[in-house]
Design a protein around this ligand. Sequence first.
Ligand code: FAD
Length: 395
Amino acid sequence: MSIEIIKSKCVGCGLCIPVCVYDAIKLIDKIAVIDLDKCTLCGACVEACNFDAIILTKEEKKDKDISDYSGILVVGEFRHGEVHHVTYELVSKARKLAGKLDDVNVSCLIMGTDMPEDSLEKIITAGADKVIKIDNPELKFFNDEVFSKLVTEVLINEKPEIVLTGATSEGRALIPLVAVSLRTGLTADCTGLDIDPEKKLLLQTRPAFGGNIMATIICPNHRPQIATVRPKVMKIILDSNRKGEIIEKKDIKVSRKLTEILETVKDESTHVNVADADIVVSGGRGVGGPKNFELIEKLADLLKAAVGASRAAVDSDWITYSHQVGQTGKTVAPKLYIACGISGAVQHQVGMRSSDFIIAINKDSSAPIFDIADIGIVGDLFEVIPELIKLIEKN
Ligand SMILES: Cc1cc2nc3c(=O)[nH]c(=O)nc-3n(C[C@H](O)[C@H](O)[C@H](O)COP(=O)(O)OP(=O)(O)OC[C@H]3O[C@@H](n4cnc5c(N)ncnc54)[C@H](O)[C@@H]3O)c2cc1C
């Protein structure tokens, strides 16, 4: 693609300047001039121009040479003074995938300020051969514009065939900008990743069509193949014998920001953090009403657990959305997950099936939740839970 200003049509109105988020357009002698080093050919200026003075030309599609891309790069996340656990999860997964790609290199890019060395070394323990760190006071707060430019620059230099990042608020803001800049595909919220044994392509599995099917998506013609995965979907595997290197990138320039973040404040409005709990007791439509959730809460309190819920319970206004587990709620991976009166629809399962141990209580013996439960109790939850509570209180 190429972009051109038709000088005879440009009236120098300047409408194209504010719409260019890349600061690529200037008026010189009352004519718009595009800095092609900054321009990403996004076309925003073409739409803004009322005089058809900007032309974006699509050239004939040529097959891209993807042969010199190799290895897997995880775009890590450093937040509130620590490396986010999704970084370790994805590096561990990348290590496994690398094994299926003739042991290619796994690297991890991490950006922030005052990043402690031991948490970077843990990235190596989780499976990285190389940690690329960009430690700069300008990177104290996340800024999608600045971070996406840095990631893009590193990816252009490193040329990994696969890029993984967390489907966190930061990852979701950053990686689409990177994918667009690199003109490649992106599969968001993957629940499974694998390698095609013959074609060596990344198989990116995620729920599709409202969660009714699981689709496996490939990106055969463009590089890198980019996927995001929610926290707690993949497991962290640490190997203290692993060796790797930490490389600091000092030569990279942090670009000018259009927005300045002065402070970030933690949201203390919700006490539940179902995503981080070691034990989750969840209730579904089978709980039957908001008052009955007290039984779920009692069991959760005794076990020092967080309370989770299915979407049916949340949609019925029995409990707030912050408790919802599943495709459109939180992904959890506790040591113990107790599903009470939950049928186990695929959209619920994608949010909890990585739990270490699952107990399901349901009066319908054919409920799908029993397919993934380690212990299935076929019975009425209003009889089973009080018995469990009695047993726990006795001990
Ligand atoms: C795009 C999309 C996204 C979605 N996202 C989510 C999501 O994030 N999370 C989610 O949970 N769902 C989600 N859903 C909804 C999902 O498809 C199911 O409808 C929902 O999970 C069902 O909730 P449930 O299991 O509580 O209810 P039901 O499917 O109605 O199951 C209730 C279960 O309770 C049992 N039961 C009833 N009474 C008792 C009793 N006294 N004792 C024991 N068992 C009893 C029944 O046998 C039944 O199995 C989504 C759906 C779509 C289309």
